[in-house]
Structures are given as C-alpha cells and as structure tokens.
Design a protein around this ligand. Structure first.
Ligand code: ATP
Length: 320
C-alpha cells in the first residue's frame, strides 16, 4: 500500500475531523501517502481529491462537522457507478480507502473492496446505531449538546408549570433518547424500540405527577417516533396542562467534539490507518468490551443491537 484515501460519508458527526486527522498522521507515520476525498462518494466520482500532509489537519481536532465535507450519493448503489469509482481510485494511485460513516457508507466500501480497492470503515454517527461497536464517533457530543438544551427547556418548563415534549435525534434508534432521558431526569422516555403508542399512559402519568406537586413534566421523544407537535396538542387537550413540543434537530449534529469523541476518534482513526497500511481490506473498526477491534464488513452489517434491557428498566424506575 503506497497511497490511501480518506472520506466522510452520510450524516456528519462531531469527531469526524479527529478521525481524519488521525488517519492522515498515522498513515504518514507509517510511510504511506494520504489523499483527502471531498464530499463522500459524490466527491470521489467528481474526482474532488486533494493531497493531505500532516499540517493540513492542524487546528481541526476541535472543530465540529467534517473538513472534507460529506454527501449522500444514491447512485453509488449501482454496480456501474462503483466500478467507475474504483477506476478513479486507480487513476489517482489510491490503493486503499478509509470511509468514515454509517452502515450505508460501509456498503459502499464493501462494493469498492469487491472491485479491488482495499477499504476500512470507521463508525461515524451520532446515533450509536452501528451494531458491531459500543461506541460511534459523535454520540458523546450529541448527547451532551442535547442534555444541555433539555436542562434549559426544563427551567422554563418549571417556571410556567408546563409539560414539555423534547424530540431528540437518533433515526430509528433510541440511544440518544435513553441517555438524555436518564441524564435529564425526564418523566417519560419514548424509545422507538419500546414505545407501545399508548398515549393514555403518558396522560395519566402527567395528571398523577401534577397531583403530587410536580411543576413540570419532561417527555423525551425519539426521532424514530416523531410527531411531537401533534402529540403535544393531544396531551394538552386531554390534561388541560399547557404542553409544548421542541424538536432539537440539527443542533445535535454540530459543535466542538467532546474529549471522549476526540479521543475515541483519534484511536480508531489511527487503528484504521494501521490495518489499511498492513493490507487489510473490507473491514470495519469497532470498540467492544474495552478494546478496539475490527470485523469483516459483511459480518458487521449482519450484527444486530438494541437498547440494553437493564438500562431501559432502570430508566423507567428512575423517571417516576
Ligand atoms: P448515517 O446514517 O449516519 O447518516 P450512513 O453511512 O448510514 O450514515 P447513508 O445515507 O445510508 O448514511 O449512506 C451514505 C452513502 O453510502 C449513500 O449516500 C451512498 O452513497 C452509500 N451507500 C448507501 N447504501 C449503499 C449500498 N447499498 N451500496 C453502495 N453504496 C451505498
């Protein structure tokens, strides 16, 4: 392996820059050249490829977003496009590619590996929804950002004796909702993996809490359930208590990464650089049981994970 490329793909996540930085610096330390590919697979197809030196990633570890940019590229699902991308890599002398993104991005990496380009995936998503790893780059920053925002909403919610529904991101997964629900002491935590759509239970909960003298009622709702605004209308009508929905949205994807995100992204990025320089391909890096590990992409994509039952049960007990 003489030259590798690095790209970010799918949704951006805080810590991606720390991962890019680590890939660049560790590969160069291993004697391998690095090219940055802008805007994910789309940029690869448009040949938006730049040389990257150690200094090009100075002053980036603390920055949110991704310095390389990211994009969705639906046409990458076709064999024809994948072949073209592999040819572009060969034309630019890129023998290996580190892809920072989620499951969709790994499928693209798998396709490139089939066409002779060595690929390694790194888990970059705020949603924590990648089965082969207990940690994904961006999750820690996102939950801290959401937690701080929820604290603020809670203050005003208490002052006005309101019920607040706060919708957090996570796509179809409830990890952000679970963590914030526990960390913010929410009264109700709605997770796509668990929610039974019985709104009457929530309504009863609100009424009982109000009788017990609670001045606010915080409901953390996951993006995968959604419909927070209409839920608020129905709850207000049923309880007579002013109810407001706040959808936190993209603020959760931005901001300077936390120490944890910077650290994990750095170690994982370096790990990816090491194994790609060794000639490994079609692998994805993960963190399991206190160790950094790598899996075959096929195996990684076949793995499943869900909300740990004990954590969920505790969240319910504590949220009385
Ligand atoms: P996140 O879910 O965190 O945003 P992701 O990587 O799962 O990250 P996707 O939009 O699913 O996000 O995928 C990113 C890109 O990966 C797609 O735009 C496409 O270019 C490529 N991709 C997705 N699925 C496939 C596939 N089946 N085959 C080849 N490429 C794919």
């Amino acid at each position: 392996i003489k030259t590798i490329g690095v790209l970010t793909s799918g949704g951006d996540a805080p810590g991606m820059n720390a991962a890019i930085r680590a890939v660049v610096r560790k590969a160069i330390a291993n004697g391998v050249k690095v090219k940055g590919i802008k805007k994910g697979y789309k940029g690869l197809l448009n040949e938006e490829i730049i040389d990257m030196e150690k200094k090009d990633v100075s002053d980036t570890i603390e920055r949110g977003g991704t310095i390389l940019g990211t994009a969705r590229c639906p046409e990458f699902k076709t064999e024809e496009t994948q072949l073209k991308a592999a040819e572009i890599c060969q034309k630019h002398g890129i023998d290996g590619l580190v892809v920072i993104g989620g499951d969709g991005s790994y499928r693209g990496a798998q396709a490139l590996a089939r066409h002779g380009i060595n690929t390694i995936g790194l888990p970059g998503t705020i949603d924590l929804d990648i089965a082969c790893t207990e940690y994904t780059i961006g999750f820690d920053t996102a939950i801290n950002t959401a937690m701080q925002a929820i604290d603020k909403i809670r203050d005003t919610s208490s002052s006005h004796e309101r019920c607040s529904i706060i919708e957090v991101m996570g796509r179809n997964a409830g990890y952000i909702a679970l963590w914030c629900g526990v960390a913010n002491g929410a009264e109700d935590i709605l997770l796509p993996e668990k929610y039974d759509f019985n709104e009457q239970n929530i309504i009863n909960n609100i009424i009982n809490n109000r009788k017990r003298g609670k001045t606010h009622h915080i409901i953390i709702n996951a993006e995968g359930i959604g419909h927070s605004t209409s839920m608020a209308r129905r709850i207000e009508a049923a309880t007579g208590i002013e109810t407001r929905a706040t959808i936190l949205g993209y603020m959760q994807r931005g901001g300077s990464p936390t120490c944890k995100d910077r650290f994990y992204a750095s170690i994982m990025g370096a790990y990816a650089a090491d194994i790609i320089c060794e000639g490994k391909s079609n692998r994805v890096v993960g963190y399991q049981h206190g160790e950094f590990v790598d899996f075959d992409i096929e195996d990684a994509l076949a793995m499943q994970k869900t909300i740990p039952e004990y954590q969920y049960q505790v969240s319910r007990i504590l949220s009385l």
